[in-house]
Each structure stands twice: as C-alpha cells, then as structure tokens.
Design a protein around this ligand. Structure first.
Ligand SMILES: Nc1ncnc2c1ncn2[C@@H]1O[C@H](COP(=O)(O)OP(=O)(O)OP(=O)(O)O)[C@@H](O)[C@H]1O
Ligand SMILES: [Mg+2]
Length: 295
C-alpha cells in the first residue's frame, strides 16, 4: 500500500503501534535523512482553473511540528494553495498546479506518486464539519478500514484518535450513536479524529473554526497547539487573533489585478515568523491587512 515513490517518513497506518510511547527523535527515521525539519518546500507554485491564473509564484517552506497559518483577503487563493499541498486540486475539474510541492524532498506532482497515499500522509479538515451519516465509531474507523487495518486494531485506533482530538471523554459512552447528533464543535473534533486516525504527518485545515462559537473555537485552538507536538499543521484562517495565537509562521497572501484580463491573481506577499508578521512586517500591504486597514 505504501508508495515507493514517496520517501519513508512515518510508519504506515497498519504497522503503527498505538500504545507505544512516542519515539525520541534520534530513534526515528532509520538512515537519518527522512526526518528532517522541512516538511514542505513549496517552490514557484502556480495554480490555474482552466485559463484563470488563481495563484502565482508561491515560495515558502513548512517546518515539522510547526503551525503555519495562511491569511489574506477573500479570493486571494488560500484554499487553492492549501489544496495543492495534498493534491486535493486533482479532484477539481480544470485545476492545474505548476511548480514544485516537495514533501520531504519529493515533488508530490511527479509521475508515479500515488495521490491517495499523498492524502493519507497529508490529511485535511474542512471549513464545515462533514461527518459521514454513520456512528461516531464508524466515522473514525472509516479510513483505517479502507486502508486494510485489521478489525482487532480498530477499537484502539478509534480510542487513540478520539483522545488526540480531545473528544474521547465526551463520546466514549456513545460510540455507536450517530455522529450527526453531535454539536458543531464536537463534529469538527470528530473530523479531526477521522483525519488523524490515518496517522498522517501533516494536517491541513481550511478555516476549521469559522462555523463555531468562541468556546468551541478556543477548544479547537488548544487542540491545534497540542496536535502540533505530533503533527505538522497548515491552517487557513480569517481570524487574525487566531493566526497570532496559534501559529509559528504566517504566510500573507493578497491579489494582484491583471489589467489585460481584468482578473485577480493571488500572490504571496510575505512569509515570516508569526510574531514578525503581526508586529514588524516588511511589506506595507501586510501591515495594512493585519492592522485592519484593508481586506
Ligand atoms: N473550483 C474552482 N473553479 C474555478 N475557480 C475557482 C475554483 N475555486 C476557487 N476559484 C477561484 O480562485 C480564486 C481563489 O479562490 P480560493 O477559494 O482559493 O480563495 P480563498 O483565499 O480561499 O478565499 P476565501 O477566503 O473566500 O475562502 C478565486 O478567484 C476563486 O473564484
Ligand atoms: Mg478559502
């Protein structure tokens, strides 16, 4: 099942031992080369929808166990760029990605790379919680099941994933009940559990709190910081305070108007430590945005 075209980064889902203590960094990645600090090296990335140039010439890196926030006004291409990090744009008719999205040194768009394996290693949580109309247990077990995990291991994986998503205590007595009966915030944590049940290395989140109240939002923010100890997280958010509170690095996107076609293309204006983006950004457009003068 694992894709020889991708470098070995973590154990596959069926070989992992959920009860094992986390391995110290020096014991991981036999051979030494795979477990480096750079998870993504995004170079000269352009994304098109048909002839429409949605995002232009994006360059930045994503470091292991960090939270990277993508911010910017509506339509600047944050979701488009996020989807290009796990080949989710493959599923959008007419979408095309140019440039390199190197995940652990390997371009995920190279021939021979299996997009399904890419999406297992690089999971995604969407804006609106989208649990399946199944039980809580079956939502979390869904991915491992289709990846061939043995029945006897499923209960452990479900429990472990729900614990990591900070939902276990609330649902442990009703795992057979429908996921649709959970609150919005619980549903979003269930979707996070469903994603991490596949033992990804990276979790992409597109405005995961935009449909939630402040308490549920604070809960997910705490969870993100906790999850970053084990996973690498890239989050799109419109909430400046959220980006400032949870992220280590921030990428600020804006749009440029193409005079000829009268269309707008997203550009990466600035990428830096979050603290710097919010205090002393180097580009005036960033400053205007983070201080609320624009967008
Ligand atoms: N499936 C699609 N087909 C065609 N154009 C698209 C598609 N998805 C997005 N676009 C266009 O690409 C541009 C970037 O859209 P995208 O959704 O990535 O922006 P965004 O920064 O996530 O915006 P928002 O903050 O509103 O979610 C927009 O002009 C949008 O209309
Ligand atoms: Mg979006």
């Amino acid at each position: 099942m694992s894709d020889p075209a991708l470098p070995a980064a973590r154990p596959t889902v069926d070989s992992r031992r959920l009860t094992a203590a986390p391995q110290p960094a020096h014991q991981r990645a036999p051979g030494g080369g795979a477990d480096t600090a750079t998870v993504f090296d995004i170079a000269n990335v352009d994304v098109f929808y048909g002839s429409f140039h949605a995002v232009k010439n994006v360059n930045f890196t994503v470091a292991k166990n960090e939270i990277t926030a993508l911010i910017g006004p509506s339509g600047c291409g944050k979701s488009t760029l996020l989807r290009s990090l796990n080949r989710m744009n493959d599923l959008v008719p007419g979408a095309r990605v140019a440039g390199t999205v190197a995940y652990r040194g390997k371009n995920i768009y190279d021939q021979g790379v299996d997009a399904v394996e890419v999406r297992r290693r690089i999971g995604m949580v969407f804006q609106k919680a989208n649990p399946f109309p199944k039980s809580i247990f079956d939502n979390v077990a869904y991915g491992p099941r289709i990846h061939g995990v043995k029945r006897s291991e499923l209960a452990d994986i479900v429990e472990d994933s729900l614990k990591k998503a900070a939902l276990w205590d609330e649902v442990k007595d009703k795992l057979k009940q429908s996921a649709l009966a959970l609150s919005g915030g619980q549903q979003q944590r269930l979707c996070i559990a469903r994603t991490i049940a596949l033992a990804p290395e990276v979790v992409l989140m597109d405005e995961p709190c935009s449909a939630l109240d402040p308490i549920a939002t604070a809960r997910i923010e705490e969870l993100m910081v906790d999850l970053a100890k084990q996973f690498t997280i890239v989050i799109v958010t419109h909430n400046m305070q959220q980006a400032a509170r949870v992220s280590d690095k921030t990428a600020f996107f804006s749009t440029e108007v193409n005079e000829l076609s009268d269309t707008r293309t997203g550009v990466l204006v600035e990428f830096d430590d979050t603290q710097r983006i919010f205090t002393t950004p180097s580009d005036e457009r960033t400053e205007n945005y983070v201080t609320g003068r624009f967008g």
